[in-house]
Design a protein around this ligand. Structure first.
Ligand code: FES
Ligand code: FES
Length: 886
């Protein structure tokens, strides 16, 4: 095989695919996103034709030319397509980028532009979960979005430091390491939703040549913990063991097999015999609290495990009232009530969870893993394995997408234990576990499905007199993030509105289903869907526009952030741009209303409607979020930044470089980062809750300022000057998003088309406009996916949508253009006036679409996703009176 112009010897194994052959030969520009021909991360050119190497037999390529992204450049000179992708800033995490570049190369002209009749069809084999595709379209069309670096780069769209490496496919991700001498771990998983293991026989597996280690519940620490990671481990219940003798959802881990190859480990897994005592399971969250329901964690002590009421399957709860809701409803001129439901949704980060562990020359445990929270993973590994914290090092490379899903410890624990056990036996070896896409769907935590009941009352002016919420969240088999998601989901969604009388009753319950966990928006998207839908209905009754009903009711500086108890805590208005966001979206919808592009296609009975929804989010999670950073200015003028947070497409690497360049008045090209390594900084809670810009950003800014002050005070510039900074995540500010859409719905087919999409964001001072725009577009694309079709479907606890093909994340053809508008504010609590803004854009999208559907059809959708079949059924309920209402 000729790979990137170089003959590569070797014979593929029978049945081996080209992807694994290429990676085995060290060609790590070829990624794995699905191994099923669905995502394009593994794209290569085979004699000039783009193919998915994961579904191409390696034998077919023998004697032929294979080109990966790494073979496209001419030495230092990027290929025209690679240059277009860099100039357009057409990536976030960049895990998909090499595949896109390869496919585009096959279709591009000499100038790197792709000008084909149906570009959406040409690229349907390449997915991107981060960008929302606009910047990729720009790259294909040859548009430039990034600006050259230089002094004064703050506030400008400079490109990501890793850009050139990403388009060449040479930026290392977690498992882009040589594959020699590494052992592979595979997991046996439960076929039952609830069962006790009576007997487990591993003899045949252990006898298989090449199997090096087998772990069952007999071999793991007794320590209970949670996969969720927070700064305080007490935020989540200690309700799981690494391998347990009771399984609580289908596909839960049962045993681990470590072998010389992936295939041998899989064969070993198939040889383990397990005798299960099948137990009754509860799959419905509504039934889980009923007397007599099977208990998911009935064996736990509530206080020890930190479970609210294990005897009712309730892991976390919040009940409370301010004012008098009954009186507020009794005196209301207008009332609205309803129940809204949301679905299980998966992150679908293109890089699956994976980790490799080994012992370093000092016998210290090292785990390289795809995580958003390396420090928190280190701390929990030390806790679970009974090690001193300084005997564990956790590092990340670039993370291939996270969206909250990598705020869990899902693979590192079992990899670390295998490394330690092998060393104890005198056979030390690196061990690697890489989840398959199917495992991502069937065993990795997803978004909490919720049922949200809302009752609103308002006076004759449409001013709220009462808000009542009843929330039921399904956390699945384990309580990772259950409390955090429940409380956060109910917090800023309810606190957004000033109302004297509020009541919230919220409970998160266990079921014998795949666990739920952290996901972009952290519960807000689900609750906002219900509240913003109810408020829209209230506006209709009161005769107010969507923007006006919000203007009359949203919090303004001086208000408290009240949910269901008197306000407390450290959340304050560091700035306020919600009024601007409402104006911007209202104006954009009005100005585009008559444009040709905002009209439905001809030839069908399309109903057109507009909708809007608002969202607020705290810029930092509560109860502590810490980061420290060190900045070193070297005599040659270069600067090194050591900071704990990882880069996973959220753009913090670029932002940190820009902050340092601004503080020290240097060219960003002189600034290099050391990040995502527990040896590089003292602590970093991690990049979640959009804190990479604000918490780690404040620490970086303080460290850089210290360097500047030392130099101003006469520090010797011919020696390295080191500054340190830290930030503890308090006080916290608020950021705002308002989304507006215009949709066309066909009652005859249930088809929905987005005609106009606009989101206004209040992110304070915008550090990098192009990057922020990309974060918003990516969040909107994910929001549209879960609004319209994304759903993990379970039957008897078994996930039936276990591939990207069956689940369907938005493809390039599915995502409409979104106009992104920025409010003009300066946040007194953020780095140089900036606020966080990467998870929030998701939150108002689904209710804005639902409100537009209501406007179009006269009947309201109350369940996500608003799939085509559901919209068709909804359209069948249109009556003459609803026609008039529409
Ligand atoms: Fe080949 Fe996804 S890994 S198409
Ligand atoms: Fe495309 Fe992350 S940038 S998947």
């Amino acid at each position: 095989m000729i790979v990137d112009g170089i003959p590569v010897p070797g014979t593929p194994a029978p049945g081996q695919c080209l992807r694994t052959w290429l990676r085995g030969a060290g060609r790590t520009a070829v990624k794995k996103g699905c191994d099923a021909g669905d995502c394009g991360a593994c794209s290569v050119l085979l004699d000039g034709t783009p193919v998915h190497s994961c579904v191409t037999p390696a034998a077919r390529a023998v004697g032929h030319e294979v080109t990966t992204a790494a073979g496209l450049a001419d030495g230092e000179q990027l290929s025209p397509v690679q240059r277009r992708f860099v100039e357009a800033g057409a990536f976030q995490c960049g895990f998909c980028t090499a595949g896109w570049v390869v496919t585009a190369t096959a279709l591009a002209g000499e100038d790197g532009r792709v000008d084909v009749p149906e570009p959406d069809a040409a690229f349907k084999g390449n997915l991107c979960r981060c960008t929302g595709y606009r910047s990729i379209r720009d790259a294909l069309a040859g548009r430039t979005n990034t600006r050259p670096t230089g002094e004064g780069a703050f506030g400008r769209s400079i490109g990501a430091p890793a850009g050139e490496r990403l388009v060449r496919g040479c930026e290392p991700f977690t498992l882009d390491l040589p594959e020699t001498d590494v052992l592979h771990l595979k997991l046996l998983r439960s076929p039952h939703a609830h069962a006790r293991i009576r007997r487990i026989d591993t003899a045949a597996c252990e006898a298989l040549p090449g199997v090096r280690l087998v772990l069952t519940h007999h071999d793991v620490p007794q320590t209970r913990y949670s996969t969720a990671r927070h700064d305080s481990r007490l935020d989540d219940p200690d309700d799981m063991r690494m391998l347990d003798d009771v399984v609580r959802f289908r596909r839960q881990r049962v045993a681990a097999v470590v072998a010389d190859t992936v295939a041998l480990a899989e064969l070993g897994v198939s040889l383990i015999e397990v005798d299960y005592e099948v137990l009754p399971a509860v799959l419905d969250p509504e039934e889980a609290r009923a007397p007599g329901a099977p208990l998911v964690h009935g064996d736990k002590d509530a206080g020890v495990a930190r479970i609210a009421e294990p005897e009712r399957n309730v892991v976390a709860a919040s009940h409370g009232e301010v004012g008098d809701v009954a009186a507020g409803l009794a005196g209301a001129a207008y009332k609205v009530s309803g129940t809204w439901r949301t679905a299980r949704v998966t992150h679908a980060a293109l890089e699956t969870h994976g980790a490799r562990g080994w012992l370093d020359e000092d016998g210290r445990l090292v785990v390289r893993t795809s995580t958003q929270v390396p420090f928190l993973v280190r701390d929990e590994l030390a806790h679970v394995l009974g090690l001193d914290r300084d005997r564990v090092r956790v590092t990340t490379a670039r993370v291939g997408g996270g969206f909250g899903g990598k705020q869990e410890m899902l693979v590192e624990d079992v990899v670390a234990l295998a490394v330690l056990r092998l060393a104890e036996r005198g056979t030390p070896a690196p061990v690697q576990l890489e989840l398959t896409r199917e495992e991502q769907f069937t065993s990795v935590p997803c978004r909490h499905p919720m049922r949200v009941e809302v009752e609103l009352g308002a006076d004759a002016d449409g001013v709220l007199t009462a808000m009542r919420l009843d929330v039921l969240s399904d956390t699945g088999a384990y309580g990772n993030h259950a409390a955090g998601v429940l409380f956060h989901g109910c917090h800023e969604s309810v606190a957004l509105y000033r109302c004297a009388n509020k009541r919230v009753d919220a409970e998160a319950v266990y079921t014998h289903q795949v666990p739920s966990g952290a996901f972009r928006g952290y519960g807000l998207g689900q609750v906002i869907f219900a509240i913003e839908s109810a408020l829209d209905e209230l506006a209709r009754k009161a005769g107010l526009s969507p923007a006006e009903v919000r203007r009359r009711n949203v919090v303004v500086p001086g208000d408290d952030f009240v949910v269901n108890a008197p306000a407390s805590g450290d959340l304050v208005f560091g700035s306020y741009g919600l009024d601007q966001c409402l104006d911007l979206v209202e104006r954009h919808l009005a100005e585009t209303r008559d444009l040709p592009a905002a009209q439905p296609p001809a030839g069908e009975d399309w109903r057109v409607g507009e909708g809007m929804a608002a969202a607020m989010i705290a810029t930092i999670p509560p109860r502590g979020h810490h980061a420290d950073a060190a900045v070193t200015r070297f005599p040659d003028g270069s600067v090194e930044v050591a900071v704990g947070s990882a880069e996973f497409g959220n753009g913090t690497a670029t932002v940190h470089v820009q902050i340092v360049a601004e503080e020290l008045h240097v060219d960003p090209r002189l600034v290099r980062l050391r990040s995502g390594d527990t040896d590089a900084a003292t602590h970093d809670t991690g990049a979640y809750g959009s804190t990479g810009s604000v918490v780690a950003g404040m620490a970086v800014a303080e460290a850089a300022r210290s360097v500047r002050e030392q130099l101003a005070a006469g520090a010797d510039p011919t020696r390295p000057v080191v500054g340190r900074g830290e930030h503890h995540g308090t006080p916290r500010s608020v950021a705002f998003n308002v989304h507006g859409v215009r949709v066309a719905v066909s009652p005859a087919t249930g088809e929905l088309r987005v005609l106009t999409s606009v989101q206004a964001v209040d992110a304070g001072v915008v550090i990098n406009p192009e990057q922020l725009r990309g974060q918003v577009e990516g969040g909107v694309a994910q929001g549209l996916g879960s609004a319209l079709y994304e759903e993990i479907v379970l039957r008897d606890g078994e996930v039936t949508t276990a591939s990207l093909r069956d689940y369907r994340v938005p493809q390039i053809a599915d995502v409409p253009h979104t106009e992104v508008l920025f409010a003009d504010t300066y946040d007194r609590l953020g780095p140089r006036g900036a606020k966080s803004m990467s998870e929030a854009p998701y939150n108002p999208v689904a209710p804005a679409v639902a409100n537009a559907v209501r406007d179009a059809l006269g009947v309201r959708p109350d369940e996500l996703p608003m799939s085509r079949d559901r919209l068709w059924r909804l359209a069948q309920t249109i009556s003459p009176s609803t026609e008039e209402d529409a």
